[in-house]
Design a protein around this ligand. Structure first.
Ligand code: ZN
Length: 116
C-alpha cells in the first residue's frame, strides 16, 4: 500500500490549488467585460492555451495500441477511460458553446454564430 506523507499531501493540495487558480483566472477573464482591445488578444491567447490543455489531456489518455488490450495505457482503466469520458461529456454537451461553435462552423458563414 502506498501512503502519502503529510508533507506530500500538503504539496499535492498546494499544486492542485495553484492549477485551479489558473483556471479560475481564465474563467474570470471570460466573465469580465466589456473587453478592451488588449483584453481581446489576451482572451484569444487564453482560448488557445485552454485548447492545448484539453489536447494534452486527450493525448495522455490515448486508445490502447494493441487490439487485445482494452485499457488506457495512462490510467490503466477500461478504454475509453474516465478522463476521456469527462472530456467527451463537456465537449459534446449541447448546452455548451463547444457544440454550437462547431455546428455554426460546419454550416458556414452567414449562419448565426455560437451562443445566439
Ligand atoms: Zn486514461
Amino acid at each position: 500500500m502506498i501512503t502519502t506523507t503529510p508533507v506530500e499531501a500538503e504539496a499535492f493540495r498546494l499544486l492542485s490549488a495553484d492549477l485551479y487558480q489558473h483556471i479560475d483566472e481564465a474563467e474570470n477573464l471570460a466573465d469580465s467585460g466589456p473587453w478592451a482591445e488588449q483584453d481581446q488578444e489576451t482572451i484569444r491567447l487564453v482560448i488557445h492555451d485552454l485548447v492545448t490543455v484539453i489536447r494534452c489531456l486527450l493525448a495522455h489518455h490515448e486508445p490502447p495500441k494493441a487490439a487485445a488490450n482494452r485499457h488506457c495505457p495512462s490510467c490503466n482503466t477500461s478504454w475509453p477511460c474516465p478522463g476521456v469520458h469527462h472530456i467527451y461529456n463537456v465537449l459534446k454537451d449541447p448546452e455548451r458553446e463547444f457544440v454550437r461553435l462547431v455546428q455554426a462552423r460546419r454550416l458556414g458563414p452567414g449562419v448565426a454564430s455560437a451562443g445566439q
